[in-house]
Design a protein around this ligand. Sequence first.
Ligand code: SF4
Length: 366
Amino acid sequence: MAGMEQPRLHASLLSWYDGNARRLPWRALAGETPDPYHVWLSEVMLQQTTVNAVVPYFNRFIGRWPTVADLARANQDQVLHAWQGLGYYARARNLLKCARLVAGDMGGGFPGDADELEKLPGIGPYTAAAIAAIAYGQRRAPVDGNLTRVLARLYAITDPLPGARRRIATLAEALMPTERPGDFAQGLMDLGAALCRPRRPACEACPWREFCAAKRAENPQSYPRRQTKGAKPIRRGIVFWAVRQDGAVLLRRRPETGLLGGMMEFSSTGWRQTAWTLEEARRMAPVAASWRRLPGVVHHTFTHFHLRLAVIRGRTTDSSPADGFWSAVEKLPDHALPTVMKKVARHATSYPEAGKKAIRRKKSGP
Ligand code: SF4
């Protein structure tokens, strides 16, 4: 793209943004000053999640913790609980760590520089660039999937992803204007979401239609090119739905680090590629019980693998497990359960009749 065209790219996108910007609760309206706390919170929430999914969470967080200092005073369980359903729970833990650092060591203010922002927990290059551009007017390009797609089409980049990411990031940085970089970045985000969609981009309505190389070649949908990747592996596990005599079920907390770190779960075998036998699982049971397998399997997909969980249910009089604690089934929503464990709970509680009979049998004796 000729450098001469850059001013026209800037002007056309900014003017489109002025007339078409999405109204989002974390966005400052024209003439308002963006709130770095709002920008940071929304950008962390938006990592891997859609705008529509984030809006209610954002509003709830802001309602409950109006400032970064308020959030810093929350405890981890409160934040994990409020985060439930957004996934990637390490982000929630880092959110709290970051809030405490900003409210404490930094005196309540986020740093205004992308390189400094990147040193904070949970802030990667994308989020740092987004906050720096939107909240502080730095000339930084937040390159996410939307922006990658728009630029791959604008410049008709034939190198496949992920290899082309570095080149796209360099082009994006070079494209950022000195005037209104925050609005330009948000304009790019909106353009990617509203017009330059993955499928059937609305090129006729696009402010960049006369500059766009992919539009000229009439094949925008073929960008960005991607390296073909292998299928995700499947991992398998068996979950213990342990029920105490009063109906309470056994929960435990996952280790702080790693997948779903710090979240609650029902005890289970490890998650591995080969299937577990019932015998293997019984040897790992958290309490003594007579374990029966429930019909069906719980399916869940993480970023790097698919998970298949069988559920075995056991009733127990052993109320002091080595690991974990008991919760009434109706109190499960009060715990920070990740989506996969909510699926397990739905699955296990969808067979109540067999459970009730089993309790009666146990009470009356064989
Ligand atoms: S003209 Fe079409 S392909 Fe090109 S940037 Fe606009 S919407 Fe995307």
